[in-house]
Design a binder for this molecule. Structure first.
Ligand code: ADP
Length: 361
């Protein structure tokens, strides 16, 4: 059953359309991510769900009842922001206790719940300190603690890791997964970072210009992006997107690319001669060496980018840029300015209409 449902939500600020028919459903207890670039409408979506934004159209239902236009209090939700927004003059204990004290909870219960949350988030040793004396990661944990101390049914997280350094972001991704498992709470997490979305979420909604363009589990988004937009957003390094044109020849249809022709049989009758297409191939699916069952080509090595265990190779084939990923010990034998023979197979390729960006087949 859907715990949270947005249906055709429209939000305008003057002439700016922030949400343009935002619709999606989040299941009870699900970890759901909104993935989109800056200005796509993620924050506005979370604020609308929390009841902080009056809407021009659409509806929001939560826990079996319509909440559009209902007051913020009593929705059973809590929100965590990019900036931790802790009270600087209060101790960590007081920060955590604040939402409970405001609810008029008895002292004993407040103490017990604060201790519980502090243990869960591993900030027990900081309880008597002021937030400014904590590390960024500890501050973020306290902010999470303050959001969950009232045991909300839905936790809204707005890019909560943006202000942390890389190592902490990594640790906190694991932490969020653990919290989700232990608390069983529904989590809606907004981020521009595909790595966060793919590693944590059970399902991801890809957002563009105030609406959802694709919703799927991370694995499916990666394996079958249904537009060039999602293809470009999911996967690192980014999928190679190469312009091509469909040709019908005696041997069957092919896709003419700057560096050769790819057998188009697998896309069947959906292709007409002359159609302009975008061929997508993931850098991980470009192989070293030629292959009789694949499109083989020679490419110049423009740049090598060692990442430790693997190296990203920036190639150019007849003017078309092409990236591939190789294990470090293989890549180290190749030189910038040299040439390599590479190949990729039709079954690894993704095909999109050039004009609409929509997936074919
Ligand atoms: P995201 O969180 O994905 O970066 P936002 O939801 O913050 O995107 O913003 C969506 C769009 O709405 C942007 O074009 C932004 O400039 C605009 N917007 C957001 N809040 C306001 C506001 N208070 N006043 C005017 N425009 C706003």
């Amino acid at each position: 059953m859907a715990e949270l449902r947005l249906d055709g939500v429209v939000k305008r600020y003057g002439r700016t359309v922030a949400l343009d028919g935002m619709s999606f459903e989040v299941g009870d207890g699900e970890f759901f991510c909104l993935l989109g670039p800056s200005s796509a409408g993620k924050t506005t979506t979370l604020r609308a769900i929390a009841g902080l934004e009056p809407l021009q159209a659409g509806s929001i239902a939560f826990a079996g009842r319509e909440v559009t236009g209902a007051p913020v209090q009593g929705r059973g939700m809590a929100m965590i922001f990019q900036t931790f927004a802790l009270y600087p003059h209060l101790s960590v204990r007081q920060n955590l206790a604040y939402p409970l004290a405001r609810d008029g909870k008895a002292r004993d219960e407040v103490r017990r719940r604060v201790d519980e949350v502090a243990e869960l988030l591993r900030v027990g040793h900081t309880l008597e300190r002021r937030p400014a004396t904590l590390s960024g990661g500890e501050q973020q944990r306290v902010a999470i603690g303050r959001a969950i101390v009232r045991r909300p049914k839905l936790l809204l997280l707005d890019e909560p890791l943006t202000n942390l350094d890389a190592k902490l972001r990594h640790d906190m991704r694991t932490e969020f997964k653990r919290l989700h498992r232990e608390l069983g709470m529904t989590m809606l997490y907004a981020t521009p970072d595909q790595l966060e979305a793919l590693t944590m979420a059970e399902r991801v909604a890809v957002i563009r210009d105030g609406r959802v363009v694709q919703t799927a589990p991370p694995r499916d988004l990666y394996a079958r992006p249904d537009s060039t937009y999602t293809a470009g957003m999911v996967g690192a390094p980014m999928m190679n997107l190469i312009q091509g044109r469909v040709r019908h020849a005696k041997g069957g249809a092919t896709i003419e690319l700057p560096f050769g022709a790819l057998d188009a049989a697998r896309w069947g009758d959906g292709l007409r001669a002359g159609d302009e297409v975008i061929l997508g191939i993931r850098p991980h699916d470009v192989r070293l060496g030629s292959d009789p069952h694949a499109l083989s080509l020679r490419a110049g090595v423009r740049l090598t980018e060692p990442l430790g265990d693997v190296t990203v190779l920036d190639l150019a084939a007849r003017g078309a840029p092409l990236k591939m990923v190789l294990r470090e010990e293989v890549a180290s034998r190749l030189k910038e300015g040299g040439e390599v023979e590479v190949s990729f197979r039709p079954q690894d390729a993704h095909l999109f209409h050039k004009e609409t960006g929509v997936r074919i087949g």
